[in-house]
Design a protein around this ligand. Structure first.
Ligand SMILES: [Zn+2]
Ligand SMILES: [Zn+2]
Length: 341
């Protein structure tokens, strides 16, 4: 089958073609698994972290990609819920143990044996993939494949981040960064909580324009201070300075949610400027988002279905995956990016 593989971690400032086009064997299914013929796969910022070595895939070469949409074309002997022809999605959660204290408490995202699609096993920058049927999400009829793909990670992890903010209708919610995930979170937040006031800080003019179009009441550069104090902020930036600044602007009991798997180290020194009484006192919190549960994926698909939420996206051919990666790295295109296989 056709695939774009990552053979080793590299530096995107020097190497603009980190992925190689290769033919690999179609994967075999286990008894509880299905074989999926992939139609599209979303591209996530996490792939940049894998390419640049901040997150290490279990081995190389690896097929990246964890926002997979396709049709089931073969089922294992013990598959019960799915049948050939079903349209399914595969997100970052490939499996969890189902038995540990975290899995039993509904936190399978924190399972020590969490397996990530496109990191611990091959992902979706290819023609076929396999998945345990319990982690394949049926996709609502309403969406075309390209619309559904970004919901699987950008949407699901964004939805998880939104839940972790503890926000209620009528409050002030801030966004640091406005890429694939936060633009979907803003759409979800507006639909579910119509009286939220939304404040968007983004580096690029294009992202700020998009935020305004989508209903943000204030948009500014990352360095600008929003005109009101915020109850919660969702951070998707790869750096530290905006986090420190955002803490100053949180209301008492405010919470900053870090929706980024890895931060770059370039400006880590900014953390040393956090002032306890100004930035943390009054029960302000910083909380990270780790992975997603399968329920997060199902919930966001359901919310998107009910409220008619669709991502802004741009399509690339599989063989142009390197161009798509560089467009994300260099912040050239707004919204989500989707590979057509
Ligand atoms: Zn992702
Ligand atoms: Zn577990």
């Amino acid at each position: 089958m056709k695939s774009m593989v990552l053979k080793k971690a590299t530096d995107l400032k020097i190497d603009k073609n980190p992925l190689s086009y290769v033919e690999v064997e179609i994967p075999k299914i286990g008894v509880n698994e299905v074989l999926i013929k992939i139609s599209v796969c979303g591209i996530c910022h996490t792939e940049l972290d894998e390419i640049e070595g901040r997150i290490e895939p279990i081995n190389f070469p690896i097929i990246l990609g964890h926002q997979i949409i396709g049709r089931v074309i073969k089922i294992g002997a013990e598959v019960k819920k799915l049948k050939n022809g079903d349209r399914v999605g595969v997100g970052w959660i490939n499996s969890a143990c189902g038995e540990c204290e975290y899995c039993r408490a509904g936190y399978e995202n924190l399972c020590p044996q969490f397996i990530s699609t496109g990191k611990d096993v091959n992902g979706g920058y290819a023609e076929y993939t396999t998945i345990n049927e319990n982690y394949a999400a049926l996709i609502p009829e309403k969406f075309i494949d390209e619309e559904a793909a970004p919901l699987l990670c950008a949407g699901a992890v964004g939805h998880r981040a939104l839940k972790l903010t503890g926000i209620n209708d009528g409050m002030n919610l801030g966004f640091l960064g406005f890429g694939a995930s936060n633009h979907l979170v803003l759409k979800i937040a507006r639909a579910v909580y119509p009286n939220l006031k939304l404040f968007v800080s983004a580096r690029s003019e294009g992202e700020r324009t998009l935020a305004k179009e989508l209903g943000a009441c204030w948009c500014g550069d990352i360095k600008e201070v929003p005109p009101e104090k915020l109850n919660a902020v969702i951070d998707t930036t790869p750096v530290w300075a905006p986090v420190v600044d955002a803490m100053k602007n949180l209301k008492p009991n405010g919470r900053l949610i870090m929706n980024n798997i890895r931060k770059e180290d370039l400006d880590k020194g900014e953390l040393a400027t956090i002032d306890y009484s100004r930035d943390l006192w009054m029960e302000k919190e910083i909380k990270s988002v780790a992975n997603v549960t399968f329920d997060d994926i199902m919930e966001v698909l359901n919310i998107a279905d009910i409220y008619n939420i669709r991502p802004v996206y741009r399509i690339y051919d599989l063989k142009d995956a390197n161009k798509a990666i560089m467009d994300i790295k260099e912040k050239r295109i707004k919204g989500a990016k989707v590979l057509r296989i």
